[in-house]
Write a new protein. Structure first.
Length: 231
């Protein structure tokens, strides 16, 4: 399949993230396929977020950074078709996130962890606008995933977290809940930096439980709502 051969070339280092793929004539010759097959392969890779196709002068297909949002998009479609509910989504999130927090807390490089989590320690939520709060709360969970060192767990957790944000957390006002959220994040960050893995896992489980309870307190029936497919 042409798309998989292009991916193999990306993995093999023939082209790096941000670099432009070879010209169409070069790819036609390399892969020995028709123009229609090549263009279909490029469209498939664009849909999956593997490449960006830029139009205009100097444009063409460029290798895109890996983005778990595309995995989340596909996953949410499958969750939607299966009839999965918001409660099932939250249960899955509650299983994944504490494991990640524990894993990162076990990392020996305290200096690296302290540098990553510094913005979340002594965080003043009153000094930020609502959109900044929402972004910072999301960035906190992204930072944990990226430090885990387990690429599969990272991508799966980031995908589920992305779906949680789009389906659930949009209805949890970060301004009204700013004190609870920032305090939980600070405690978790300190536990991770100090290498207290069991405590980090426990605090993360409690944090997600608080988010879940806050969400359901608005209407218990919300937990029965199906996961939506967001394009």
């Amino acid at each position: 399949m042409t798309a998989s051969r292009i991916v193999d070339d990306i993995i093999g280092g023939r082209v790096q993230v941000g670099e432009k793929l070879p010209t169409e004539p070069e790819m036609l010759e390399r892969y020995a396929v028709s123009r229609e097959s090549l263009r279909e392969a490029l469209r498939l890779l664009e849909i999956q977020g593997i490449i960006d196709i830029k139009r205009g002068p100097g444009g063409g297909p460029f290798v895109a950074p890996l983005n778990s949002g595309y995995l989340a998009r596909t996953s949410s479609l499958y969750f939607h078709l299966s009839g999965a509910t918001h409660m099932e989504l939250l249960q899955t999130w509650a299983i994944l996130e504490p494991s990640l927090a524990e894993l990162v807390a076990q990392k020996p490089d305290r200096r690296a962890k302290r540098a990553v989590f510094a913005p979340f320690i002594d965080y003043d939520p009153d000094a930020h606008q609502s959109d900044e709060l929402f972004a910072d709360f999301n960035n906190f969970h992204a930072a944990i995933a990226q430090l885990s060192g387990n690429r599969v767990l990272t991508l799966v957790t980031q995908s589920v977290t992305h779906i949680v944000v789009e389906n659930v957390l949009r209805s949890v006002d970060p301004v009204s809940e700013r004190s609870m959220l920032s305090h939980s994040h600070e405690d978790i960050a300190v536990a991770i930096v100090d290498g207290r893995a069991t405590k980090a896992r426990k605090l993360m489980a409690e944090h997600i439980g608080e988010v879940r309870d806050t969400y359901l307190s608005r209407s218990p029936d919300q937990g029965l709502m199906p996961v939506e497919w967001r394009l």
